[in-house]
Design a protein around this ligand. Structure first.
Ligand code: C2E
Ligand code: MG
Ligand code: MG
Length: 664
């Protein structure tokens, strides 16, 4: 899986709870601060209101006293007036108390202790030296002062002629407003105390509840929506990892978790895993017989029995890969134990088919130091697909040979473009001889990779790789062009020119304009088309027949000869002879090899095919002929051309040219 794809999948499955929680916490914190600030504002507003009301009372009281100054020395009677509850103290110029309220909370010794006798205003502001209170020369640490004072008094009293100052400190200490009466003849101290009443308390409570509700509603909504979101994401995650056929975990889950386990195990030299690809053979046939639904049900039963019987242990995994193929990540202790476990799993799976005949094959790859489960699983599949048909256990291990094949494939793929550009691919020609006259009658162009590092590489080692990766179309084009160029050159040189065949891979037939494409290549060289024969392998005829018939017909119309290569190699269908308008049949070398007791039967078939081809007006070429008896037999039965080591092996063009001199 590419890094980008992996990241995409990871980000899809990630449940983003952490940012939501952080957001909720931050939100709660800010709302809490907001409530505290709101309450503080509310309380200070309440106090300011109260103190300013008291201040007005004080000025009214002062003017009341001034008007009734004569009664001061007598008993100042405030009962029945609006000032009956106020707290006050009045001094004369000698600092003697001339009147005070009955409810005053001040003791006489407070007054003594307190430096009222001095003319200084007492002000205890933060960072202001208390020394002001006691005189310029006295310096007292304010904290020490308060400590000392508090030792003697429960509370501290502040005195000021400035109501604003008292407003600000009223919450902390009782404040006394100093007002001069009758131009300083008397001094009035009027208590500005803002008392926090039950009503204030209720108001505060109401404000708190109201603001808490205001804060809580959006927060609760947000928290609920976050929870709903998390639930949805968890559900989505489950769906994301769900295999729709088995109802268990799917392949994405398998690879992600297998990678983690493998990574973890790599650090532990005592632990090892194996990746197993276990596939039901001929699943498609089973579906054809019993229906696709029954096929899926069977696969579901496989998965559920593996789970139910706990065939896969803790820290092991399994999931469906595709159709009826399961991947397993099992802990590895020995080859024997692994094979026993696979056999046990197979036995349980076989029982799921209720007696219907099914079978499984398995490929195993040991993890070792590899941590990518997809690579290991790929290897396990390679091992399984290379399983020898006759292997009784139907279990194959990924081994050194398969590894080397893979390395070779990688080497070929990384060098092929460069090799083509550097001219490392060369055309060899194997001559074909006329069976009757035993003279040169044709040839086949065969590719060779002449590598400076590897030497001459046979096409069997790279053509199948090119067919898989699509590079074969470039190779075929190269061969057709090279052959056409040489034929044109040899005609120009006046040499003996015979038709030479060239292989066209079946992968090329996916191209709908193949006939036109080949025609263009040959036309560009100026070579006549009747000296070029195009060989198609017989297996190509079983693919898209309609397209193939169309292409073959067009090629023949353009003037090319078309031959059916390796006729009889695999599953021959005589139908292909009926439908396909071919010019030449190339009898596969297999007819002339094998056990001697079958020789007679083989000869009869060859003779029959030759006969048939003659009647269909087709030419016959026999391939892989190595012995004179074979040549004699073919000549006797009317075979047209013979290609084989008996006459000549494939040779470089320069060698072939020696056969085509005008004198030959
Ligand atoms: P093919 O087209 O059937 O070619 C015949 C193969 O049989 C050649 O193998 C040839 O060397 C071999 N052969 C001929 N006579 C004898 C004989 O008497 N005894 C034995 N043992 N072998 C004989 P080669 O050259 O290794 O090619 C193998 C296959 O690779 C070809 O089989 C063809 O399918 C493919 N191939 C080769 N060149 C090309 C190419 O240019 N394009 C494509 N698409 N395929 C090619
Ligand atoms: Mg061929
Ligand atoms: Mg052949």
């Amino acid at each position: 899986m590419s890094k980008r794809k992996e990241f995409k999948i990871k980000s899809l499955k990630r449940v983003n709870v952490v940012p939501s929680i952080i957001f909720v916490l931050l939100l709660s914190f800010f709302f809490f601060i907001a409530i505290v600030v709101l309450q503080f504002c509310f309380i200070s507003m309440q106090f300011e209101d109260k103190v300013s009301v008291k201040h007005l009372d004080a000025t009214r009281f002062a003017s009341y006293i001034e008007k009734n100054i004569t009664t001061i020395d007598d008993d100042l009677e405030l009962a029945g007036t609006e000032f009956k509850d106020c707290e006050y103290v009045i001094y004369d110029a000698q600092k003697e108390i001339v009147a005070s309220s009955k409810n005053t909370t001040f003791d006489r010794h407070d007054w003594d202790a307190f430096p009222l006798k001095s003319d200084y205003n007492f002000s205890l502001e933060r960072n202001v030296q208390v020394s002001n209170v006691f005189g310029e020369n006295e310096t007292i640490d304010p904290l020490q002062f308060i400590d000392n004072y508090f030792e003697k008094n429960d509370h501290i009293h502040l005195f000021s002629s400035d109501p604003t100052y008292l407003n600000a400190t009223a919450c902390a200490f009782p404040g006394w407003l100093r007002l001069d009466l009758l131009d300083g003849e008397y001094t009035l101290y009027y208590r500005l105390e803002a008392v926090f009443t039950n009503r204030d308390m209720n108001n505060l409570l109401l404000v708190t509840i109201f603001s808490a509700i205001l804060v809580a509603i959006p927060m609760i909504i947000y928290i609920i929506s976050t929870i709903v979101n998390i639930v949805h994401q968890t559900k989505a995650r489950r769906i994301f990892y769900l295999d729709t056929v088995t109802g268990g975990k799917n392949w994405v889950y398998f690879t992600q978790h297998a990678d983690k386990l493998l990574k973890h195990t790599r650090r532990n030299p005592n632990k090892n895993y194996v990746l197993i690809s276990l596939r039901m053979d001929k699943y498609q046939n089973y579906c054809l017989c019993y229906g696709g639904k029954e096929g899926e049900d069977l696969v579901e039963r496989f998965a559920s029995i593996i789970k139910k019987q706990k065939l896969v242990r803790k820290k092991e995994l399994f999931a469906r890969y595709t159709e009826a193929e399961f991947g397993f990540l099992l802990q590895y202790s020995s080859e024997y134990e692994t094979e026993i476990r696979i056999q046990t799993i197979k036995n349980y799976l076989l029982a799921c088919a209720f007696g219907r005949k099914i079978d499984f094959s398995a490929g195993i790859c040991e993890a070792g130091q590899e941590i990518l489960s997809s690579n290991l699983y790929g290897n396990a599949r390679i091992a399984r697909s290379n399983l020898a048909a006759e292997a009784p256990s139907k279990i194959a291990w990924y081994n050194e040979k398969l590894r080397n094949d893979q390395l070779w494939e990688q080497y070929v793929e990384s060098h092929m473009e460069e090799a083509l550009a550097n001219g490392e691919f060369q055309m060899y020609i194997q001559p074909k001889y006329a069976a009757s006259t035993r003279t040169l009658g044709g040839g086949e162009a065969l590719i060779r990779w002449v590598s400076p590092k590897e030497g001459i590489i046979s096409p069997i080692r790279f053509i199948p790789i090119f067919e898989k990766n699509g590079f074969i179309t470039k190779i075929d084009d190269f061969m057709i062009r090279t052959l056409a160029e040489h034929q044109a050159k040899w005609i120009a040189e006046g040499r003996t020119v015979v038709p030479i065949s060239v292989n066209v891979s079946r992968a090329h037939f996916a191209r709908p304009d193949l006939a036109e494409h080949i025609c263009e290549i040959v036309d560009a060289t100026g070579a006549p088309k009747d000296v070029i024969e195009l060989e198609l392998t017989e297996s190509a005829f079983f693919q898209d027949r309609e397209v193939l018939i169309g292409t073959v017909s067009k090629l023949r119309e353009y003037g090319f000869k078309v031959s059916m290569d390796d006729f009889g190699a695999d599953y021959s269908s005589l139908n292909s002879l009926k439908d396909m308008p071919m010019d030449v049949i190339k009898l596969d070398a297999g007819f002339f090899r094998g056990k001697s007791e079958n020789e007679e039967r083989g000869s009869l078939i060859v003779a029959g095919i030759i006969d048939l081809a003659k009647q269909l007006d087709m030419h016959i070429v026999a391939e892989g002929i190595e012995h004179v008896e074979q040549v004699d037999f073919l000549a006797e039965h009317g075979c047209d051309l013979i290609q084989g080591y008996y006459f000549a092996k494939p040779m470089p063009v320069t060698d072939y040219e020696t056969l085509t001199t005008p004198n030959t």
